[in-house]
Design a protein around this ligand. Structure first.
Ligand code: AMP
Length: 403
């Protein structure tokens, strides 16, 4: 396997072997310089190689696979030529809207298929003929079963946010789909983390992939200022309100551990703060789309979300990510804070930690390979029995310094 670190590009888009139509479309969306992942992935993909790209959202990864896919499109056949699998509906929609902009000069039919939307609309779109299908694995399987999606013409497959798809449990569905794609075909895999699970998938379904690795700094979200706060469980809401008042975030994403917790928290803060909404997997698709539209346009500055849905939210103006509940899995912390600090902008991430959560905090620090400093709170009293919590955390700090 060829491994290469992704470096700061000195190249422009015109050095990447792109046609005049694509260069014109890029000018129209005002993409002047390729991001590091784009400069690395685009030429390899255009060569026809299988590529594993380590990239988180906000680094320009959609265009990194979208540009070469559009460039490589040929005459339309019976079925799509490219199949893009994504973990969430929101991400699938975002991919489609970005790719439609990039394909402005290409007459490419790009269609999203995901659950929660009436299947008839998707059936009609597929029947009319498409070049690129973007979808969540479950709904793609649905269409394969109904006979409405023919994979015999697919020559490019993209697995976007592959780590997240495996986390959600899509592995069997992904494998079922990949087994139906005829050989030879090209596979592009994008993932924020490249663990053993991802590599097993790549070993099984990819051919001599070129691995493009980001530097550690890029993975650990260098543009995000991170702080933790030790706070009693029953003081968390008060602390959140205090921070919202103090910092007046442009746009703020608040993560809770459970759907019920998200609903309860949103209800409580709605009474005090204007422009709060909640999003999680139990909401009907139409409601999720409405909330996302309002958040994206800035009408709603505070959005409370759970991990599965929150992960798919790619809105450039998010200034604050508040981890109201510490994530169960430290990897999720990396994904959560990646919602801010996108494309080189600065963002802040706060992590609420109850006095007994020193250990999960330390696990996050070890994964990030950095210590997260405490947030100075000024007058705010985060504890009923003051001092106790800080002491406990102190003990963990000491332990951490030996590791
Ligand atoms: P992504 O990582 O694909 O979610 O992209 C993050 C954001 O960066 C999106 O809003 C893109 O429209 C934007 N973007 C992608 N590539 C470029 C580029 N080369 N120059 C400027 N903006 C870009």
């Amino acid at each position: 396997m060829i491994q290469r670190a992704v470096e700061e590009p000195e190249l422009g888009f015109s050095d990447l072997g792109l046609g005049p139509e694509m260069l014109d479309a890029l000018r129209r969306v005002r993409y002047v310089t390729p991001s590091p992942i784009q400069a690395a992935v685009i030429p390899e993909a255009l060569e026809g190689n299988d590529v594993i790209g380590q990239a988180k959202t906000g680094t320009g990864k959609t265009a990194a696979f979208g540009i070469p896919l559009i460039e490589m499109l040929e005459e339309r056949g019976k079925g799509p030529q490219a199949l893009i699998l994504a973990p969430t509906r929101e991400l699938a929609q975002q991919i489609v809207s970005e790719m439609q902009k990039l394909a402005a000069n290409h007459h490419a039919a790009i269609c999203a298929v995901y659950g929660g939307q009436p299947i008839e609309k998707q059936l009609r779109a597929l029947q009319r003929g498409v070049d690129i299908v973007v979808g969540t694995p479950g709904r793609i399987i649905d269409h394969i079963r109904r006979g409405s999606l023919y994979l015999g013409d697919v020559v490019h497959v993209v697995l976007d946010e592959a780590d997240r798809m495996l986390d959600i449990g899509f592995r069997p569905d992904i494998e079922k789909i990949l087994r139906r794609v005829p050989d030879p075909h090209q596979t592009l895999l994008l993932s924020a983390t490249l663990d053993a699970e991802i590599r097993r998938l790549a070993d099984k379904y990819m051919y001599k992939p070129v691995e493009l690795l980001l530097s550690k700094d890029e993975v650990s979200a260098e543009t995000v200022n991170q702080f933790y706060v030790t706070v009693d469980q029953e003081k968390k809401t008060e602390l959140l309100l205090h921070l919202l008042r103090r910092e007046k975030p442009e746009q703020c994403l608040v993560f809770t551990r459970t759907k019920r917790g998200a609903d309860k928290l949103a209800d409580r803060i709605k009474r005090v703060v204007k422009g709060v909404a909640v999003i999680h997997g139990d909401l009907p698709q139409s409601a999720r789309e409405k909330v996302m539209k309002a958040f994206r346009s800035g009408d709603i500055p505070v959005l409370v979300a759970t991990d599965v849905v929150g992960r798919g939210i790619d809105v450039d103006g998010i200034s604050h990510v508040i981890n109201y509940d510490i994530p169960d899995d430290p990897e999720n912390y990396v994904h959560r804070i990646g919602r801010t600090g996108r494309m080189g902008r600065n963002g802040v991430a706060y992590l609420f930690v109850t006095p007994d959560q020193g250990e999960p905090l330390t696990n996050i620090e070890m994964l990030m390979n950095r210590t997260i400093p405490p947030l100075p709170l000024g007058e705010f009293e985060a504890h009923d029995a003051s001092g106790k919590a800080q002491q406990k955390r102190g003990a963990f700090k000491e332990l951490f310094s030996y590791l």
